[in-house]
Design a protein around this ligand. Sequence first.
Ligand SMILES: CC(C)(COP(=O)(O)OP(=O)(O)OC[C@H]1O[C@@H](n2cnc3c(N)ncnc32)[C@H](O)[C@@H]1OP(=O)(O)O)[C@@H](O)C(=O)NCCC(=O)NCCS
Length: 136
Amino acid sequence: MPHPAIRIAKKSDCIEISKLVHAIFPKAHPSFSPNDTFFASELPGFGLVGFAHMRIFKSSVLLQGIGVLPQFRRGGLGKSLISYVIKWCEKNHPGQPLKLRVKSANLPALSLYLKEGFMLTKDYGKSYRLTKARPN
Ligand SMILES: CC(C)(COP(=O)(O)OP(=O)(O)OC[C@H]1O[C@@H](n2cnc3c(N)ncnc32)[C@H](O)[C@@H]1OP(=O)(O)O)[C@@H](O)C(=O)NCCC(=O)NCCS
């Protein structure tokens, strides 16, 4: 797998990002409000293959969604995206916890998050809240 380039999505990426989100989450309606930040993972020769969607709140940051196109999974792209996002949050929102909600049956995502240091902070039954606490 070639090395991905990860970057904050620009306004001009909106259409490509929307297509990507729909390909991975067909029912999703991504919002591009001022509180939303999208990260794009681009593979040379293939274009955008993965995204992460962050929503910034006053005292926390929510990982609203993350996904990699099916044909590019299991090659380390999900891990590189989440690592990038964690570092970005540490730099830009220091001390704020990074939260997400994941379906309890989504074992690939759960495994990825736990390996990246997230902890289960609330059990809703069919889904979990995971939090990555960060030092100030
Ligand atoms: C979750 C997702 C982003 C992982 O992306 P990926 O590029 O395949 O992940 P990576 O190759 O970087 O794998 C990193 C770790 O994730 C876990 N993982 C990924 N795919 C897995 C699978 N099919 N089964 C079990 N664990 C898996 C493993 O712990 C893996 O570490 P390892 O390679 O040491 O085993 C991808 O499966 C995806 O897009 N899923 C659909 C969208 C989704 O469910 N998003 C999360 C919503 S909360």
